[in-house]
Design a protein around this ligand. Structure first.
Ligand code: UGA
Length: 470
């Protein structure tokens, strides 16, 4: 199928590139000419595993073209809208990019257009799109509007695109449903070669197709992100209780998550959620609920709990170090999660701000996010690796659970630090793992000492709960 994807940001570029792998020919558009230049050279302006290879391959094969928005609207009947919906000062989603796109489509396009809304938007945005396409319709354009929200996670977006739990389609005509099913047919019947696992993807369950109306599809997206954020804030509160009541959050989370009605994912406590999705989507969801007269203070509390994680973590650091002024503090990881260079709303930002205000000297290392972090905090010392970052440090703060940290040489780190203290904001290590090297370990939720399983020398339930099951 011939498809245009409008917006070459994180969602748009990922969608465009992955659609080409399903056999479609895609024109990916953006108003930012500099970005188009970068993309045409075969470069990807942000870090996402596997994406550069897929973009390069399909761009050189001619399956993926980059163009201005107007050209993309003119050339193809199927238009994916992937433009940004950033937060306004009052927390509402800024829908101006979608609104102006609706006008351009209505004024330029002839014949038929299937307008597929993929950007994260509040409920009833599709309705407004339909209305504005009608108001500005100058060429007797026929059109359908569909809501097809994305559920990609940064860092594993390719995996999520090719192996989704569900594909949600909110539509009002059989023609539109048929076309969207056609776009995803290879995923739905699993008849494509996955570029991430060309040797076979193992035992994967088939994606469910959820067919519904446009409003419900839009709500599914916002409600999913809000629910996941709520799960994280919940487990963070339970972690605080564990710490106060001398219990072990790792075991408590494991015990909770083994209930299939709850599930083990998103029960990792720590310094809280960040990124460009959860914080903004939560706020937008609360605002849109308010406009419909629904009281969603529950989610305001979720947000508040998340904000307080930063203060609580810094208090932990101060409790151990007493005075921060003049002390070198190693920061392991900066990105809001591993496998991304994204620093937007990263919990590390708030922590660095507090450390600097207290006069500490942060020395940071992150495998990908330092270029972005430097723009925000030029005064931090950025290092080549964890060893350089740990040099003469009064404490090591683990802020992002990058896999490469697991292979660290603790003996060497021990010789570098000023004080052997690890304050682990992601519970990625354990007391048992580091205490034999002489480190004091401070984790989240009663994990600072050996947990019960470590005391008895055996795990009570098989499986590493640190790994999320998908
Ligand atoms: C999230 C959703 O997971 C995606 O389904 C959705 O498509 C995306 O937002 C979006 O709306 O675009 P993402 O923001 O990439 O994806 O990252 P997540 O993996 O969801 O993590 C979000 C934050 O929660 C991270 O800071 C992570 O460290 C934190 N987190 C996650 C926890 O603190 N504990 C957990 O147990 C899980």
């Amino acid at each position: 199928m011939d498809i245009s994807v409008i917006g070459a940001g994180y969602v748009g570029l990922t969608t465009a590139a992955c659609l080409t792998e399903l056999g479609h020919h895609v024109v990916c558009a953006d108003n930012d000419l500099a970005k188009l230049g970068v993309l045409r050279r075969g470069d990807v302006p942000f870090y996402e595993p596997h994406l550069p290879e897929i973009v390069k391959k399909n761009h050189s094969a001619g399956n993926l073209e980059f163009a201005a928005t107007e050209e993309a609207i003119d050339r193809n009947e199927i238009l994916f809208i992937c433009v940004g919906t950033p937060p306004l000062d009052n927390g509402e989603a800024d829908l101006s990019a979608i609104e102006s796109l609706a006008r351009v489509i209505a004024q330029r396009a002839h014949g038929y257009r299937l307008v597929i809304e993929k950007s994260t938007v509040p409920v009833q945005t599709g309705r407004m799109l339909q209305k504005h396409l009608a108001i500005y319709n100058t060429n007797n354009l026929q059109y359908d509007v569909v809501s097809n929200p994305e559920f990609l996670r940064e860092g594993s977006a390719m995996e999520d695109f090719f192996h989704p739990d569900r594909i949600v389609v909110g539509a009002e005509s059989a023609r539109a449903v048929g076309q969207v099913k056609g776009i995803y047919s290879k995923i739905l019947d699993q008849s494509f070669i996955c570029p991430v696992h060309p040797q076979g993807c193992g035992n994967r369950t088939r994606a469910s197709l959820v067919l519904t109306d446009i409003n419900s599809a839009e709500l599914i997206k916002h409600a999913s992100n809000s629910f996941l954020a709520m799960k994280i804030s919940f487990i963070n509160l339970v972690a605080d209780l564990c710490e106060a009541a001398d219990a072990d959050i790792k075991k408590v989370a494991e015990g909770i998550g083994l209930d299939r009605r709850i599930g083990p994912a998103f029960l990792r406590p720590g310094i809280g959620f960040g990124g460009f999705c959860f914080p903004k989507d939560l706020q937008a969801f609360v605002r849109i609920a308010q406009t419909f007269g629904c009281d969603f203070r529950l989610l305001e509390e979720v947000e508040g709990i998340n904000r307080r994680r930063i203060d609580m973590f810094v208090e932990k650091v101060k409790k151990e170090l007493w005075v921060l002024r003049g002390k070198r503090i190693a920061l392991w990881g900066l990105a809001f999660k591993p496998d991304t260079d994204d620093m937007r709303f990263a919990p590390s930002l708030g922590i660095i701000r507090r450390l600097l205000a207290e006069g500490a000297k942060p020395q940071a290392y992150d495998p990908r996010a330092m270029t972005n972090a430097r723009k925000e905090f030029p005064e931090v010392t950025y290092c080549q690796n964890v060893y350089e970052a740990s040099q003469s440090a009064a404490a090591i703060l683990v802020l992002t659970e990058w896999d490469e940290f697991r292979a660290v040489d603790w003996k060497r780190i021990r010789t570098l630090v000023d004080r052997p203290l690890i304050i682990d904001g992601r519970n990625m290590f354990s007391h048992g793992q580091v205490s034999s090297y002489g480190f004091q370990y401070v984790g989240i939720g009663g994990t600072s000492r050996g947990g019960p399983a470590e005391h008895v020398g055996a795990r009570l339930v098989a499986g590493d709960f640190g790994e999320e099951v998908r």
